[in-house]
Write a protein that binds this ligand. Sequence first.
Ligand code: EPU
Length: 315
Amino acid sequence: MDPVSEFRPDPTWVKEVTAACRGRVLVRAPLNHFTTFKIGGPADAIIIPVDQDDLITVIRLLKRLATPWMVLGRGSNLLVLDGGYNGAMINLAQAANQLVITPGSNREEFFMEAGAGVPLCRALRITVAEGLTGLEFTTGIPGSVGGAVIMNAGTRDGRIEDVTEEVTFLTKEETMASKIKKDLCFQYRHLAVDSDEMVVSATFKLKKGTPDLVRKTVKAAMDYRKQTQPKAWPSAGSVFKNPPGMSAGALIDQAGLKGTRIGDAQVSEKHANFIVNLGHARAKDVLSLMNKVQRTVKENFGVALEPEIKVIGRS
Ligand code: EPU
């Protein structure tokens, strides 16, 4: 039996979930309000547990009620289909929001433990304020710490795996368990995590830096993004992964696809690896445009582009 097709929320389900959770439960929540693309049908519920105990209670209940669930970070890197998400989305903004910095064994090293629900930009801001170096490469990445870890988020200046010392998971037995760096299976834009496990925090290894230099590096990365990436319209960041040794943006650009439009979804005129939502783009427009880009790049250069954005939900 496929639980995704079987699950149907009814008033009893809503009552049970809202009674069990001490935090907020948003029923039939339109996901276009919760994604950076501003696209997507509703989730049956978005659940915002207040702390770890609340989170565990919620997960236990969802399992008992055979409700599919997934974590909704800051909605970046995500394309939610127009039919929405059949199940509950868990937001960790309250249940996993700790940010603790502890000095390492020598005076140069520091460890930052960041909850999965912490915006990555907040973690970066604290390191800049403290003059710590290591997270500058995350400048401008719009997601949460949890999302960045799961995606092994990165730029040309670094990847999350480079700085991650330890990740703590909520296991399928609803206990907390940590894995150290050598036991984490990071790949390009991916961390292998069991589908019934959830990242709840990560510990990053940082170094004492020169505060001025850290600030300057972040500013330069921000300026580069402003110059090269579209900001005027909603998007989900880079749509495709860079094929080994190549740039997806350059390939799409050279294929002459900049400005190509289906409905209100358009290949950005500024950076060809971005699709922008010009107002009322539907997920199906974005998917058609992605297919067109993949087809054209394959025909022109023989390269198969692989999506970086995660597509979820039903059409
Ligand atoms: N390029 C073109 N035409 C374009 C876009 C890019 O010719 O329309 C060329 C650029 O001139 C450059 C090369 O392609 O020579 C690479 O472009 P860019 O420096 O913009 O980097 P990117 O590989 O496209 C990566 C990350 C971005 C990150 C930037 C800057 C990936 C898939 N994307 O982009 O991350 O902001 O580096 O560090 O690795 C994201 O992942 O969502 C994201 C925005």
